[in-house]
Design a protein around this ligand. Structure first.
Ligand code: ATP
Ligand code: ZN
Length: 224
């Protein structure tokens, strides 16, 4: 399954998809996205673009299935913590921080909740898609709590009686407000980044990555 073509994983659709594609195109990588296709071959360089769910990107890089990927640090660190529990490959190199995908992982409680400090959540149930990042934060503060792990609809969990609080991604806070919640604690600040697999071989691929990265640096510096 080794390929001489550089494999790059991008989010198929969602908040990072357009910016990720735009960045590669600005760096001179030519390709045409076909909505149906998982793999897109570049027209001018030995590069294959894999279009997947963002949650799959860290694992694909850590397992060496792809060489590089563009993903949010929130998803990246969550997957790394999860893999460390099970002794699965969890290493990667962050080769560039990007200037999009800004968000924060925050604790939020119903507006009427009398929140003073993280301790206010002691022994309560917290709904989240990021159980490992939440655990890290709560363990550091030595606070016991219960999990309610949901892949979606986290913000409705308190109203539905599934949890007392939530730990979810926030950008403007409008979703929280619409669900009668208030943000009480930022536990992780995130943006998109480019990560590379420790398994990248041979040298020609590394040279191509280096070329792309110097173009990425140029593109980002030009914007600053
Ligand atoms: P997928 O179908 O790929 O699993 P998703 O629904 O998990 O998509 P998106 O909502 O597209 O993911 O978000 C992808 C990433 O964009 C997040 O993990 C995060 O890094 C970033 N992001 C930036 N702003 C926000 C926000 N307001 N809410 C959620 N994610 C955000
Ligand atoms: Zn996702």
């Amino acid at each position: 399954m080794t390929s001489n073509r550089l494999r790059v994983a991008l989010q198929k659709s969602g908040r990072l998809a357009i910016e990720s594609q735009k960045l590669l195109k600005t760096c001179g990588i030519k390709f045409n996205i076909n909505e149906q296709r998982l793999i897109v071959h570049s027209d001018n360089l030995p590069i294959d673009i894999l279009r997947v769910r963002d949650d799959d990107i860290p694992g694909l890089v850590m397992d060496g299935v792809v060489d590089i990927g563009i993903v949010g640090e929130n998803v990246l660190v969550e997957e790394q913590l999860e893999r460390q529990i099970y002794n699965k490959p969890a290493s990667y190199t962050k080769i560039r921080q990007l200037d999009f995908g800004y968000c924060r992982l925050s604790l939020a409680v119903p507006a009427e909740f009398d929140y003073q400090q993280p301790n206010s959540l002691s022994n309560l149930r917290i709904a989240t898609t990021y159980p490992n990042l939440l655990k890290q934060f709560m363990q550091n503060k030595d606070i016991a709590y219960q999990d309610c792990i949901l892949k979606g609809s986290v913000e409705v969990a308190p109203r539905a009686g599934l949890a007392d609080a939530i730990c979810d991604l926030v950008s403007t806070g409008a979703t929280l407000e619409a669900n009668g919640l208030k943000e009480t604690e930022i536990i992780f600040k995130s943006k998109a980044c480019i990560i590379q697999s420790p398994a990248t071989q041979p040298d020609e691929k590394q040279l191509l990555i280096d070329t792309i990265m110097s173009r990425v640096n140029g593109v980002i510096q030009a914007k600053e």
